[in-house]
Ligand binder design. Structure first.
Ligand code: PEP
Ligand code: MG
Length: 548
C-alpha cells in the first residue's frame, strides 16, 4: 500500500482500477507545407469551426456551468488574434498543424506567466489546440478512455470538455497530477459530486492498478489491503445514506439551530439550491453581472437580476455581496491594471469606495428589487479591513434604503477588530477562502503554497473564534460563507467556535446537515477546542476527528 497526497475535492471516497487518460497527440513537425498558404488556411478555418461547433455541442449537452466553460473554450478556438497569428505563420511557409500548435503554445505560455486564474486557463487553451490538430489530422480528439467497465480516471489535468461529459456510471473517481483546487477539474468535480483528488504531483500510477481515492482524507491509496477496501466501502455507504436522508432544517443533535444556506453565483442556481434544502442564500456573488462587460451594467439591468433571485427565495434570507472586483477578478472600469500585488491592492470595498457611483448604483438596484419582493434581503461588503470601511458601507447602504447591512470578514484585521466592527454592522460573514489566504500569506490560486491554504489551520480558527466572540458581545449573527463551511467536520468545529449559520455550495448541504445532527452543542464546543489548540492544520483535523 502506498499513500499519495493531493488535494481532495468534496468528501467522497471510491475505489477501482486505474485507467490512464489517452496520451496527447504527437506534436506536429516544422517540415514546410506542400500546400499553398490559401489551401492551408482553408483547412485550418474548417478545423477551427468544427472544433468550436463540437465544443458548443458538448456544452449544450452538459448544461449548467459546464456549458459556460465549453462555450468559453469554443470562443478561444475562434479567437481572432490567434487566427491572425496562425495565418501569419502559414504565410511564412508553415503547415496548418504546425502554425496552430506554435501559436496556441505561445499564447498559452503568456497566460501561464500571468499565473492565478488566467494561468489555469492555459490548460484549456492547450486542449483546444489538440482538438483543432486532431481535426486537421482526421484523428480522434484525445480524451477519456472507454473501457466498457468502471474505472478511476488518472490524468495530468482534465480539460473542461472531458470533465463536463464524464460518464458517471463509468468514472468512479478522478485523480489529476496537475491542477490546483481552483482548476476546472476541481470546480466541475465539486459541482457534479465526482470523487476527486487533484494536484498529486507525479503519482506514477499504472494502468489497471487498484486505488482508493479518498477526497476527505486528501489522499490516493495505491494497492490497498482488503480491509482498507472494506473500510472505504463502509464510508461510501454511510455517505450515500447521509446524502439521501430526508431534508430537514440545519440543526445539531440537541436541536440547536444552524441555518444551512447556499452560495450562488447567478440566479440560475436557485431552483437546485432549494431542492437540496437551502434555507436561503448566505452568499450571492454579483461579479457575474459585471465580469463580461467594459462598463457597469445599468441599474435597471441589475434590478431585474436581483428581482429574479429574491423572487426565487420569497420568505427566506438572501445575503447579497456587492461587487468584489480586483485581484483575480479585475474589471477595467473599476480596478487598477498595473498593481504589482493586486490581492493586496485596491480590491473589494476599497475599489468601490474609490468609484462610489458603481456602489451607489448597485445598492440602489438592490433596494429597488427588495421593495418589489418578499425575501429578507441582507447586503454585505467584501474585503472590509477597518472599522471606518464598515461604517462607510453600512451608512451608505442604509441611506439607500437597505435594512440589514453587514461586512465580510476576509482580512485578519477585521477579525481582530470584529467586536468594534460589529458595533456598526448588523452582521458579519466570514469568507474563509480569503481569510486563509491573508492569514497564511499564501496565494489561494497558487499550487506551490496549497499546503498552507487550509482553513483548518489553528491561526485561522482562532481568528474565526474572535469574530464569533465579537458577534456574541454585540448580539449580532456571524455566518461562514467560504469553502470551509462545506467540509462537514469543519462545519461542526465552526459551530463550536460560535458561528451561527453556514453557507456553502448546494452540493455540500446534505453531508453537512447529516454531520451536524451527530453532535450536540457541547460536543461541537469540545471538538472546536481540540482543533483550536493544535499546532497546525493537519493536527487540528486529527484532533477534531479524535474528539468527535
Ligand atoms: C471567501 O473569500 O471565502 C469568499 C467567500 O469570497 P470569494 O471566494 O468570492 O473571494
Ligand atoms: Mg473572498
Amino acid at each position: 500500500m502506498t499513500e499519495i497526497a493531493g488535494v481532495g475535492i468534496g468528501q467522497g471516497i471510491a475505489h477501482g482500477p486505474v485507467a490512464l487518460m489517452a496520451a496527447p497527440l504527437e506534436p506536429p513537425t516544422d517540415a514546410p507545407s506542400t500546400r499553398t498558404p490559401d489551401e492551408e488556411k482553408a483547412l485550418v478555418a474548417s478545423a477551427v469551426s468544427a472544433t468550436a461547433a463540437d465544443l458548443n455541442e458538448r456544452g449544450e449537452r452538459a448544461g449548467g456551468s459546464a456549458r459556460d466553460v465549453l462555450e468559453a473554450q469554443a470562443m478561444m478556438a475562434e479567437d481572432p488574434t490567434l487566427a491572425e497569428a496562425v495565418e501569419a505563420k502559414i504565410d511564412g511557409g508553415a503547415t496548418g498543424e504546425y502554425a496552430v500548435h506554435t501559436s496556441f503554445v505561445e499564447f498559452a505560455e503568456q497566460l501561464a506567466e500571468l499565473g492565478g486564474y488566467l494561468g489555469e486557463r492555459a490548460a484549456d487553451l492547450a486542449d483546444v489546440a489538440q482538438r483543432v490538430i486532431a481535426q486537421l489530422r482526421g484523428a480522434a480528439a484525445p480524451g477519456v478512455p472507454d473501457l466498457g467497465h468502471p474505472f478511476v480516471l488518472v490524468a495530468r489535468d482534465l480539460a473542461p470538455a472531458d470533465t463536463a461529459l464524464l460518464d458517471l456510471d463509468q468514472v468512479l473517481a478522478v485523480v489529476t497530477t496537475d491542477g490546483g483546487p481552483t482548476s476546472h477539474t476541481a470546480i466541475l468535480a465539486r459541482e457534479k459530486g465526482i470523487v476527486a483528488v487533484v494536484g498529486t504531483g507525479d503519482a506514477s500510477l499504472t494502468e489497471g492498478q487498484t486505488v482508493i481515492v479518498d477526497a476527505a482524507g486528501d489522499v490516493v491509496v495505491a494497492d490497498p489491503t482488503p480491509d482498507e477496501i472494506a473500510a472505504a466501502d463502509q464510508r461510501a455507504a454511510a455517505r450515500a445514506a447521509a446524502v439521501s436522508a430526508p431534508i430537514t432544517p440545519g440543526a445539531l443533535a440537541d436541536g440547536t439551530e444552524v441555518p444551512l444556506l447556499a452560495n450562488l453565483g447567478s440566479p440560475d442556481g436557485a431552483t437546485e439550491a432549494l431542492e437540496l434544502g437551502a434555507e436561503g442564500v448566505g452568499l450571492f456573488r454579483t461579479e457575474f453581472l459585471f465580469l463580461s462587460s467594459d462598463e457597469a451594467p445599468s441599474v435597471a439591468d441589475q434590478t431585474a437580476s436581483y428581482r429574479l433571485l429574491l423572487e426565487a427565495f420569497a420568505g427566506k434570507k438572501v445575503v447579497v455581496r456587492v461587487l468584489d472586483a480586483g485581484a483575480d477578478k479585475p474589471l477595467p472600469f473599476l480596478t487598477d491594471a498595473d498593481e504589482e500585488n493586486p490581492a493586496l491592492g485596491r480590491r473589494g470595498i476599497r475599489a468601490l469606495q474609490h468609484r462610489e457611483h458603481v456602489l451607489r448604483d448597485q445598492l440602489t438596484a438592490l433596494a429597488e428589487a427588495d421593495s418589489d419582493t418578499d425575501a429578507d434581503l441582507w447586503v454585505m461588503a467584501p474585503m472590509v479591513a477597518t472599522v471606518d470601511e464598515a461604517e462607510y458601507f453600512t451608512a451608505l447602504a442604509r441611506e439607500l434604503g437597505l435594512r440589514t447591512t453587514g461586512v465580510m470578514v476576509e482580512v485578519p484585521s477585521s477579525a481582530i477588530l470584529a467586536e468594534e466592527i460589529l458595533r456598526k454592522a448588523d452582521f458579519a460573514s466570514i469568507g474563509t477562502n480569503d481569510l486563509t489566504q491573508y492569514t497564511m500569506a499564501a496565494d489561494r490560486l497558487l499550487g506551490t503554497v496549497a499546503h498552507l491554504q487550509s482553513p483548518w489551520h489553528p491561526a485561522v480558527l482562532r481568528l474565526i473564534r474572535m469574530v464569533a466572540d465579537g458577534g456574541e458581545k454585540n448580539g449580532k449573527p456571524v455566518g461562514i460563507c467560504g469553502e470551509a463551511a462545506a467540509d462537514p467536520l469543519l462545519a461542526v468545529v465552526l459551530v463550536g467556535l460560535g458561528v451561527t449559520s453556514l453557507s456553502m455550495t448546494p452540493a455540500a448541504l446534505a453531508e453537512v446537515r447529516a454531520e451536524l445532527k451527530r453532535h450536540t452543542i457541547d460536543d461541537a464546543r469540545r471538538i472546536a477546542a481540540a482543533a483550536v489548540s493544535a499546532g497546525d492544520a493537519a493536527g487540528a483535523k486529527k484532533a477534531a476527528r479524535d474528539a468527535a
